[in-house]
Design a protein around this ligand. Structure first.
Ligand SMILES: [Zn+2]
Ligand SMILES: [Zn+2]
Length: 252
């Protein structure tokens, strides 16, 4: 199994997961042209996508889904609640599921996991194929026992390090937005991400991706300072960037 990102952050998200002949996209928060351009950069064609899976209806994850799905006739998988938001209602073919459902697309097994986030029925995903497992875990405001349970022993983990709490609180966001982002249904701050990582790190984890990083309320050196003292860090730590995403990573 291998995975890559077209871009990550509050201006747009899309990830790719591939195993054998199967190619999945998770979220699409980019325009049609931008998605085509960014996929080409990763050496794959939109025509090769077997499905788009959506995590929730926020624009940075959903704005490009319907157009991409219609133009290339790609089926879309999402929770009933996310579908009910209306943001993905014009898709080519819709498969609704409940959080916690498990299903397979081609050679990839998919598990949807409920997360605390301020959307209708947000979920994140864990993918498995041929004994390897990738967890995608962004857009959650707090750590739940449920999340800790379901992301054990991943080989790859895309984890949200959204903001530094002090930068957020001292920054220019209006008070209401500060409360939303920093709240239990918002986004993980660096300390929370580290705490979660300590629950999830294991010998199995070979690739960690630092993702959904705020361009205004975070800094790379702050995350690095927190990661450095940790024991049991994976050998590969990669940054998912808003403009560049990250290149293909192999889970062998
Ligand atoms: Zn987001
Ligand atoms: Zn969100």
């Amino acid at each position: 199994m291998r995975f890559a990102s077209l871009g990550s952050g509050s201006k747009g998200n899309a990830s790719l997961v591939s195993a054998g002949e199967t190619l999945l996209m998770v979220d699409c928060g980019f325009s049609l042209r931008e998605t085509e351009r960014r996929m080409a950069r990763l050496g794959v064609q939109v025509e090769d996508l077997d499905a788009i899976l959506v995590t929730h209806e926020h624009t940075d994850h959903s704005s490009g889904v319907a157009k991409l799905s219609r133009k290339y006739r790609i089926p879309v998988y999402l929770t009933h609640g996310t579908y009910g938001s209306g943001r993905c209602s014009e898709c080519h073919q819709v498969h609704c599921f409940n959080c916690e459902d498990e299903f397979s697309i081609g050679s990839i097994a998919v598990k949807a996991i409920a997360v605390p986030h301020d959307a209708r029925e947000p979920c994140q995903y864990r993918f498995s194929s041929a004994g390897r497992s990738l967890g995608i875990l962004t857009d959650l405001g707090s750590i739940t026992a449920h999340v800790i349970d379901h992301y054990q022993n991943c080989n790859g983990l895309i984890l949200e390090f959204n903001h530094d709490l002090k930068m957020l609180m001292d920054g220019a966001y209006p008070p209401q937005l500060k409360r939303r982002v920093g709240g239990d249904w918002g986004h993980l701050n660096n300390q929370q991400a580290i705490e979660l990582l300590q629950h999830l790190a294991s010998d199995a984890l070979s690739h960690l991706v630092v993702a959904h990083v705020s361009e205004k309320n975070n800094a790379r050196y702050l995350v690095e300072q927190l990661l450095q003292p940790l024991e049991c860090l994976p050998s590969s730590i990669v940054w998912a960037e808003q403009a560049a995403g990250f290149e293909w990573l192999d889970l062998v």
